[in-house]
Design a protein around this ligand. Structure first.
Ligand code: SAJ
Length: 407
């Protein structure tokens, strides 16, 4: 890798875009491509495509540097594939469709000797099973690398720089080459290993967090059943030097933690037991919240569900990503129970994506008697006073008003 190295980032979503921008802002020649022409046009036209702290500033730096956006791939030295890897809802196995399609597009244009880095999360063995055969069939000689991302939405740009990274490669030389490229922006330790270890490590990291959140959620249910304060119990238990319990919540959303553990369950049925139990607990939380809403409505004499409002549609605070969000899971559950009319508001979700959705906080509050805090966006944290006089059900433990109901 040298200053002439050209990188083509394929897929400009939540991971591809920040990666392309940060490389360009650090002097690497980057071409960002995406199959979605309107997304490419928007980037060419001067605006970013999702909200993330510091992303616009980074975009400005990148466009002053060496980046361009295109709807089709170009000849490059390194390709970084960052496209979604969903899972099949029935078999729980990974759906490699997008990665394979992106790879085929790369193979159509690349020259022999190019390096193809897969950043998308894949289940252990995917590169061997699904990616290598495609490369072989193309007749091209490329070096495959797996460099799974680790950045957390909400703090992506800081984490791109400071987090440690894993580079899985078939040989040391390729691994070191890619390490050098990533060290243009990454100041954390960059560990070079083999591809299978890199694949497994990524999935294990997200599974670890899923299991730990499930433990907190299970405690919330146990404490609710026997009238104990789960937050106080966790606060005290966490004073033990080797205990660090996470925070219970309305469920686990996002495209990572709620998805990756299923890869292990799908590939190792019978072996992945704690992992499966954790998934089930976290997936049960929206339904648990729904039951609590029913109880709290009854206790407060609220009979009409249209007098209840859900605050927050995204999967967590201060992001605009709604994928697998607990609120959407809850609404789906209500739909199955033929219950409709609950009101919804989220300052980050500008389009109408659900029924009875509001786009103004005050108008939303005016129309409801009970507010369910599903997401702890800064907006509500800074405006708690506005909830005075309402029945409040706080699933995130961020509200200290008198009489607030908790999980
Ligand atoms: N949540 C809780 N309680 C907690 C922590 C989180 O209920 O104590 C919920 C959140 O509200 C959210 C979900 O879990 O719905 C996941 O949020 P998160 O902030 O834990 O993680 P993600 O999904 O935004 O990002 C994760 C990160 N992985 C780990 O922390 C191991 C990130 O580093 C990965 O890069 C990302 O997945 C990914 O793309 O794989």
């Amino acid at each position: 890798m040298n200053e002439k190295t050209v990188v083509n980032v394929v897929g400009l979503g939540y991971i591809g875009l920040p990666t392309a921008l940060i490389m360009a802002a650090n002097g690497v020649s980057v071409v960002g491509t995406d199959k979605n022409p309107s997304l490419v046009e928007k980037l060419q036209g001067g605006s970013v495509t999702f909200e993330e702290d510091g992303l616009e500033e980074l975009y400005q730096k990148a466009v002053e540097g060496k980046i361009r956006f295109s709807a089709s791939n170009i000849k490059a030295d390194v390709y970084i594939v960052a496209v979604p890897t969903p899972y099949d809802k029935n078999s729980k196995k990974i759906d490699t469709g997008y990665v394979v399609a992106a790879l085929k597009d790369v193979l159509n244009v690349c020259e022999n000797g190019a390096v193809v880095v897969v950043e998308s999360t894949v289940s252990p063995g995917t590169i061997d099973k699904f990616i290598r055969p495609v490369v072989k069939a193309s007749g091209k000689t490329v070096s495959l690398v797996h460099a799974p991302e680790r950045i957390i939405p909400g703090n992506m740009l800081a984490e791109l720089v400071k987090n440690s990274r894993t580079i899985g490669a078939d040989d040391r030389e390729t691994g070191e080459k890619v390490k050098q490229l990533y060290s243009s922006f990454c100041k954390g330790e960059i560990v070079v290993t083999d591809i299978r270890t890199a694949e497994m490590t990524k999935v294990v990291e997200n599974t670890y967090r899923d299991i730990n959140i499930a433990f907190a959620n299970e405690l919330a249910k146990i404490c609710r059943s026997d009238n104990m304060d789960v937050y106080e119990i966790i606060r005290i238990a966490n004073k033990h030097p080797r205990v660090n319990i996470l925070t219970p919540g309305p469920g686990v959303g996002g495209h990572c933690i709620s998805v990756d553990p299923w890869f292990l369950v799908g590939d190792y049925p019978g072996l992945a037991n704690i992992i499966l139990a954790a998934r089930k607990i976290n997936d049960s939380m929206p339904e648990f919240v729904l039951e609590r809403i029913g109880e709290i409505m009854e206790q407060n004499g609220i009979e009409d569900v249209s007098k209840v409002g859900l605050y927050g549609l995204t999967y967590k605070e201060n992001v605009d990503d709604v994928r697998e969000s607990p609120t959407l899971q809850l609404l789906e559950s209500m739909r199955k129970h033929l219950a409709t009319g609950i009101k919804v508001y989220d300052p980050y979700v500008k389009n109408d994506i659900v029924k009875c959705q509001y786009h103004d906080f005050d108008a939303f509050l005016n129309d409801v008697d009970m507010v369910v805090i599903m997401v702890g966006h800064d907006e509500i944290r800074e405006n708690m006073d506005k909830l005075k006089g309402k029945v409040v059900f706080d699933t995130r433990n961020i509200c200290n008003l008198d009489g607030v109901n908790k999980l």
